[in-house]
Design a protein. Structure first.
Length: 161
């Protein structure tokens, strides 16, 4: 945990902060509850205050994760500075974060950057069917599971024991 018992923070970034990053934020908060971490999300081109897409809300509801109250927000210095780790959905997002906030480059990674397979982009499901959102949910769960395992292997997860 961060100094003083503060929760460490992982920031998940996509484009509009209405599909991929809210899904990832919800999944991470469900998996990391009580383990010394919290997740937030933002978008490199997000309008503040937009709800998560109905398909994202439904895909996550199906696995018991409620993101219905999510509201989008743009990437800002305060959000970036407050994050211990930043997970970008695409290489383009990672480059944009580094361009805007060069000091954050060392803590910014691709969502897919923690598994055995080569890192790749998570495709944007915006405007697609619920089945595409389900596929994205599965892809995110796999990649974020690798991230959580990475934290556990490094001894960075608080245990409830």
């Amino acid at each position: 945990m961060a100094e003083g018992g503060q929760l460490k923070k992982v920031l998940v970034v996509c484009t509009g902060n209405t599909c991929r990053s809210p899904m990832a934020e919800g999944w991470l908060n469900a998996k990391l509850a009580g383990k010394g971490w919290t997740a937030e999300s933002a978008g490199v081109a997000a309008w503040d205050g937009s709800p998560a897409s109905p398909e994202a809300v439904e895909a996550m509801r199906e696995i018991g994760v409620d993101i219905a109250g999510h509201r989008s927000r743009g990437l800002s210095r305060g959000v970036v500075d407050g994050a211990d780790v930043i997970l970008a959905m695409t290489e383009g997002h990672r480059r944009e974060i580094a361009r805007r906030f060069p000091e954050a480059e060392q803590k910014t990674f691709l969502v897919h950057g923690f598994g055995a397979a080569p890192a790749e982009d998570v495709a944007d499901p915006v405007g697609c069917s619920l089945d595409v959102y389900r596929k994205t949910r599965g892809e995110l769960a796999q990649a974020l599971g690798d991230f959580v395992l990475h934290l556990a292997e490094r001894g960075e997860l608080k245990t409830n024991a």
